[in-house]
Design a protein around this ligand. Structure first.
Ligand SMILES: Nc1ncnc2c1ncn2[C@@H]1O[C@H](COP(=O)(O)OP(=O)(O)O)[C@@H](O)[C@H]1O
Ligand SMILES: [Mg+2]
Length: 286
């Protein structure tokens, strides 16, 4: 576990967008398809980052399947609206959390048009009382559709992290996700390989249930680092069910991997260009 709080500076966002004053960096966690463990990774990354002493927020933008409320064990939280019309995020496990799941009934949201979804997403990002954040983690909906593209164009996202399982087919989807961020000029910090190896709790035999070696192709094809590899482990699933993210258990072998993920994210984020825009004096009309 880290003992010294890392120093996080604000990094540059895409030209034409302005960084949000009180949020130094936004990192989007994405995947080409659903069910690969994107939300699990997003929440555990956030908790592991907060464990280093950083101010961290999580915005769950997966409107059709918001799972963050369950992952933090607070499904009935209802955000208050402050006098200046801002949502109060949930404060849990040392992170600030906001989710569609806190605001609307899941069945209601599924019939919303894309334009309404985008408006609601903007409101959740800009009208939440985040306080001062070093990093805001965005849990994106799976895939590379209109909602993801619009967010990439309108939200001042610093960088992305892509989550995949090791199958070849998942890697095809990963390619789409990486290509989308490239098109949006959002740098990718690397790839998380999830559900890689499984160890039998009876005999200790290790098996690569979803295949092996495909992640190396990512380095070859896209020149992206593998950040960490997480096993397919029942404890990750059970901890999620209980609303106590695995990363809270810092001494545990799995907790250590999430801690390593947080350190790699901090390390790769630091390599990105600094945001100088706030140093340029604003010209005022006289
Ligand atoms: N490494 C893992 N080992 C075991 N189960 C996992 C792992 N990662 C995620 N899961 C489980 O897989 C399911 C899908 O994960 P989730 O994070 O909701 O995926 P996504 O957000 O990509 O749709 C959940 O039940 C979760 O607990
Ligand atoms: Mg999800």
């Amino acid at each position: 576990m880290n003992t010294i709080k890392p120093k996080i500076i604000a990094h540059r966002v895409k030209q034409g967008l302005n960084r949000i004053d009180n949020i130094k960096n936004i990192i989007a966690v994405s995947s080409g398809k659903g069910g690969v463990g994107k939300s699990t990774t997003a929440i555990n990354l956030a908790v592991a980052l907060a464990k280093t002493g950083l101010n961290i927020g999580v915005l769950d933008t997966d409107i059709y399947g918001p799972s963050i409320p369950k992952l933090v064990g607070q499904e009935s939280y209802k955000p208050e609206v402050s006098p200046n019309n801002k949502f109060t995020p949930l404060d849990v496990h040392d992170i600030k959390v906001m989710s569609f799941g806190f605001l609307v009934d899941r069945n209601q949201a599924t019939i919303w048009r894309g334009s309404i979804v985008n408006k609601a997403l903007e409101q959740m990002l800009f009208d939440t009382e985040w306080g001062e954040l070093d990093i805001l983690i965005l849990d994106l909906p799976p895939g590379t559709g209109d909602i993801q593209l619009t967010m990439g164009q309108k939200f001042p996202i610093t960088a992305s992290v892509v989550v995949t399982t090791p199958q070849d087919i998942a890697l095809i989807d990963v390619g789409k996700s990486i290509a989308m961020f490239e098109k949006l000029s959002i740098p990718c910090l690397g790839v998380v390989e999830n559900m890689a190896v499984h160890t039998c709790s009876n005999c200790g035999h290790q098996e690569h249930i979803f295949g092996n070696g495909a992640i190396d192709k990512i380095k070859e094809i896209y020149n992206l680092d593998k950040l960490v590899s997480l096993p397919l482990d029942m404890n990750i699933c059970t901890n999620s069910e209980n609303g106590t993210p695995t990363a809270l258990k810092t001494e545990n072998a799995l907790g250590i991997i999430y801690n390593e993920l947080a350190n790699k994210v901090i390390e790769n984020l630091a390599k990105l260009p600094k945001d100088y825009s706030t140093l340029i004096p604003k010209v005022q009309a006289v």
